[in-house]
Design a protein around this ligand. Structure first.
Ligand code: MLT
Length: 412
């Protein structure tokens, strides 16, 4: 009989967002009269149409495939050079950050990359994750056998959890112990926290001193409006020797349904083999990429490249401003009813403290049943998320205004 990967059996029953979807569906089925009024601020999924620059480029790319002259079959596994070059120029050089096109690997999204990256790391690494955390980092480590069993408080044996609390502004402190891989995400999902330059300098110094690698999730970089906040881990001296950065067009360009992201692995970054020899990490990732991936689609890459044209940049800016405007309205509404709120300024997520005595799943139920608004319970992001809930600002302005009205009514 075929043996399964038993590490999967250690996972909590369902991935967070499908589980929320299941609960919302069950509620809607029980209350068909209310189903149409439910507003979803749970999963961070975009609502606005794509920038027309991307739409036009993708239409044109479809037409290319209709002719012998412009036809494209398999593309380069690492992504088309024209997309990698425009990213190097616009997402990095334009902000004074050195990343070269051949250090960029195009993919079908950051979530896949964050999980797939574990293919190139060995089994005995000590791994640190923030708590609360984007569940993908934890679950993919469980699947890969990098953890022990789940414990009563929802944490997994063998992982080093880095508490993120109001006291540290949800930016984790350096651990006392030595770890080998560190997940960081800024602007943060779920808390909306941002890391200042000094915070990141500490992490880079720690990683260099401990020969560790930082897996830096920059999926929400486009929401940074404060010029003092670093846009990339590679803005920090030394980071090229100790970090990998993950980026996504999902939120920047509204590509959640289109699928495109990228990983940046600097040439200087190395890991060690069993004999202690240094091996360039990008070589391993290139090997993995070319073996298991045939490249993101030509059409999608044309769409992504168009986000960096003059028109694309303007439209992207409008899109981000829309969601940041939503975030600001939602944060104000929560503050006005006396709730404590974090995030939502350089990030599309609001992190809200539950009223005293209410757990985060109780808050989820209350918001769903009494306000017909879906939020994400903090406990779904880890044990330190208990006592908080996340509101996603990815929505239409009308819906956000309505959610604000309902928050006022619920807490009046
Ligand atoms: C979220 O809601 O946390 C995100 O949409 C999840 C994701 O980007 O995969």
């Amino acid at each position: 009989m075929a043996r399964i990967n038993e590490h999967f059996l250690k996972l909590q029953a369902g991935y967070l967002f499908p589980e929320i979807g299941r609960r919302v569906q069950a509620f809607a089925a029980e209350h068909p009269d209310k189903a149409g009024q439910i507003i979803r601020c749970g999963i961070g999924d975009v609502t606005e149409p794509l920038p027309s620059a991307a739409i036009e480029a993708m239409h044109k790319a479809v037409d290319d495939l209709a002719t012998h002259e412009n036809f494209h079959g398999y593309g380069p596994e690492q992504g088309y050079a024209w997309l990698r070059e425009t990213i190097a120029q616009n997402a990095y050089a334009a902000h004074g950050i050195r990343v070269s096109a051949d250090e960029i690997f195009i993919s079908d999204g950051a979530k896949c990359d964050m999980g797939n990256i574990l293919d190139i790391f060995g089994p005995d690494n000590s791994i640190a994750v923030p708590d609360p955390v984007y569940p993908v980092y934890v679950d993919t480590n469980v699947m890969n056998g990098n953890t022990g069993n789940i414990q009563e408080d929802g944490t997994y044996e063998g992982l080093v959890y880095l508490p993120c609390t109001p006291e540290n502004n949800f930016v984790p402190d350096i651990p006392k112990e030595k770890v080998d891989l560190i997940y960081l995400c800024f602007p943060n999902n779920p808390t909306g926290a941002v890391a200042r330059r000094n915070d990141l300098i500490k992490w880079v110094e720690y990683a260099l001193a401990n020969d560790a690698i930082i897996l830096y999730d920059g999926a929400y970089e486009a929401f940074i409006t404060d010029p003092l906040i670093p846009r990339s881990i590679f803005d920090i001296p030394g980071a090229r020797r100790c970090a990998i950065e993950f980026r996504s067009f999902s939120k920047q360009g509204g590509f959640t349904g289109v699928r495109c992201g990228y990983v940046v692995i600097p040439q200087e970054l190395t890991g060690k083999d069993g004999q202690g020899n240094r091996v360039p990490v990008s070589q391993l990732w290139a090997r993995r990429h070319s073996t298991k991936f045939n490249g993101a689609s030509y059409i999608v890459q044309r769409g992504a490249a168009a986000l960096f044209t003059e028109q694309g940049l303007l439209e992207t800016h409008t899109l981000i401003s829309h969601y940041l405007g939503n975030a600001s309205l939602l944060a104000s509404a929560c503050r006005q009813v006396g709730l404590r709120v974090w995030g939502g300024e350089n990030a599309p997520y609001i992190w809200v403290e539950c009223p005293k005595g209410t757990s985060s799943w109780e808050m989820f139920d209350k918001m769903l049943k009494e306000a017909l608004v879906v939020i994400t319970p903090g406990a779904g992001f880890g044990s330190m998320g208990e006592g908080f809930f996340r509101i996603s600002a990815f929505n239409t302005r009308d819906n956000v205004n309505e959610v604000c009205r309902r928050i006022h009514k619920l807490f009046a």
